[in-house]
Design a binder for this molecule. Structure first.
Ligand SMILES: [Zn+2]
Length: 353
């Protein structure tokens, strides 16, 4: 009798353990998820429908400040899909740097942003072309903490909207090819030497880029800002933690940077994600254009989502073409997964339906 009850107890324990792992696998389908960093530039609804089938919503981001025409084109697609699937897609607008030095540029930008917010945009993006491309009439690079942007950031703050900031690049961009930590960066900068800052010491440094963004956060403590791509501090969870401690209105998305977690110390990354589980947003940086083969994009999208889920939710051995060594999944619990996959995007982008 006693023996039997021990077996029953062991059976129950075994059942609890096995049902835990089963539940976590099922969780991918069950929990609502948001890919908080995509660029949907097509009116074709096949992609959003594929996302909904995986229980994903999209946050699509309009980007690049070089032309209002290009911004309007992106806004057209975002609005069109948002109108049809308001619960499944929200979007960020951006502004153009055309006529930046003209008097009245700020007023024009604010007028346009007001309209975009009224029409449904819930955030404003700033991109790396500020800090890396635009120069003023004296030839100086225009950085994101330039006081001429202050009225715009004040307007966003006053309207309870969020800034998505992709400022700078991965630190690898300033390193020689053979010192880069992930293979996708190596391949990209090899192919695009014009963007490889190691070859362009006359451009602002990595430290200049990070300092300008930090300075923006310090100047606008009430501004809610999501740093895209792990806030360009992808190479060190310690450096990122330091900024998250310093700036309470700062969060980051992981778009296209999950591989940088995979090359750092697993236990350290795991502790970091658990500690800052309210400040990290899952995202991929998928770009879907009208001319893309949507079937192929859908397959790639699903594969990446599922590989990332496996990394965050299990403790399995994994490999990725982006990193040289195999690595182990982080085995995060359900609460952390729900935060990074859903709750944080809802919280950091108020207005998400
Ligand atoms: Zn992006």
């Amino acid at each position: 009798m006693k023996k039997n009850s021990i077996f029953t107890a062991l059976g129950i324990i075994a059942f609890i353990f096995s049902s835990c792992s089963v539940n976590k696998k099922n969780l991918y389908e069950e929990i609502p998820k948001i890919d908080a960093h995509v660029h949907i530039r097509t009116a074709d609804t096949a992609i959003i429908q594929a996302a909904m089938a995986e229980n994903f919503k999209f946050f699509t981001i309009c980007t690049r400040a070089s032309s209002q025409e290009y911004i309007d084109e992106q806004l057209y697609f975002a609005k069109k899909i948002h109108e049809q699937f308001p619960q499944a897609l929200s979007y960020a607008t951006t502004f153009s740097m055309e006529s930046f030095e003209d008097p009245g540029w700020q007023e024009e930008v604010i007028k346009k942003l007001k309209k975009d917010f009224e029409e449904g945009a819930i955030a404003m993006k700033v991109w790396k072309d500020i800090g890396m491309t635009f120069r003023d009439s004296l030839g100086n690079f225009i950085m994101i903490d330039d006081p001429r942007f202050d009225p715009i950031f004040d307007f966003v703050t006053d309207n309870n909207k969020t800034v998505v900031a992709h400022i700078g690049e991965p630190r690898n961009c300033w390193l020689p090819l053979d010192s880069m930590t992930v293979n996708n960066d190596k391949a990209y900068y090899k192919e695009h030497p014009q963007y490889h800052m190691y070859l362009h010491p006359d451009y602002p440094s990595y430290e200049d880029q990070i300092a300008s963004r930090d300075n923006l956060l310090a100047k606008h403590p009430d501004l809610r800002l999501v740093g895209a791509h792990l806030g360009s501090l992808e190479w060190s969870v310690d450096e990122l933690a330091r900024r998250l401690d310093l700036y309470p209105n700062f969060a980051v998305d992981m778009a296209a940077r999950v591989c940088h977690f995979q090359v750092q110390d697993r236990q350290k990354v795991r502790n970091f994600i658990i500690k800052y589980q309210d400040r990290l947003l899952y995202g991929t940086d998928f770009i879907i254009n009208e001319e893309n083969d949507l079937q192929e994009r859908k397959t790639r999208m699903k594969d990446e989502w599922q590989a990332d889920w496996k990394y965050f939710s299990t403790d399995e051995e994994m490999s990725s073409p982006n990193v040289n060594d195999p690595f182990k999944g982080l085995d995060l619990d359900e609460k952390v997964l729900r935060n990074i996959y859903y709750e944080n995007a809802m919280k950091w982008y108020p207005g998400f339906l």
